[in-house]
Design a binder for this molecule. Structure first.
Ligand code: FES
Ligand code: FES
Length: 152
C-alpha cells in the first residue's frame, strides 16, 4: 500500500506495509541517513526522530501510525537549535564513530526547545535513553552546554 508521511516538511509517498518500522521507511524510501539502526528494539536511541515535539524511537514505530511531521537531523540548516548543536558538537569534538550522534542531537533538541538553560542533571536525564558505546558522553554534555550558551 502507499502511505503518505511528512518528513522535514515535505510529503513523501512510501510503498510499504503500515506495520513497517518508520526507520526503514525513512532510510529506504525517503533518503534519510541520519537515523540509524542500532538495537531495533527501542533501547539504544540511535534511530531517534522528533514527532510532535517528542523524541520517538523510529525502529519500533509503525510507519502507518505516524500522522504528524517527522523531524530528522537532515533539517539542521533550517533549525536554529539543531544548527547550534551541530556547531557545538564539532567545536567540542563530541563525535567518535558518530553512530549515536543523530539520535543524541534529536534528544538534545527536544530538551533545548523546552529548556534553553538545562543543568547537567537535566541534560543527563534527557539523554538517558541514548546510548554511546564509544564513551563520548562527557564531550556530548559539554557540546549541549555550549549550544545552550549560544541560544541564550
Ligand atoms: Fe531504535 Fe535502538 S535502533 S532504539
Ligand atoms: Fe560512537 Fe557514540 S560516538 S556510538
Amino acid at each position: 500500500m502507499t502511505i503518505q508521511i511528512q518528513v522535514n516538511g515535505t510529503m513523501q509517498s512510501v510503498d510499504t506495509d503500515a506495520n513497517t518500522p518508520l526507520l526503514y521507511a525513512l532510510r529506504n524510501d525517503c533518503d534519510i541517513n541520519s537515523a540509524k539502526y542500532g538495537c531495533g528494539a527501542g533501547q539504544c536511541g540511535s534511530c531517534t526522530v522528533i514527532i510532535n515535539g517528542n523524541p520517538v524511537r523510529s525502529c519500533v514505530t509503525p510507519v502507518g501510525s505516524v500522522k504528524s511531521n517527522i523531524t530528522t537531523l537532515e533539517s539542521y540548516k533550517n533549525d536554529r537549535v539543531l544548527s547550534a548543536l551541530n556547531k557545538a558538537f564539532i567545536t567540542e569534538q563530541a563525535v567518535q564513530c558518530g553512530f549515536c550522534i543523530a539520535g543524541m542531537m534529536m534528544s538534545a533538541k527536544v530538551l533545548l526547545d523546552k529548556n534553553k538553560k538545562p543543568t547537567v542533571r537535566q541534560i543527563k536525564s534527557a539523554l538517558n535513553g541514548n546510548l554511546c558505546r564509544c564513551g563520548t558522553h562527557t564531550r556530548i554534555i559539554k557540546a549541549i552546554q555550549l549550544a545552550s550558551k549560544e541560544l541564550a
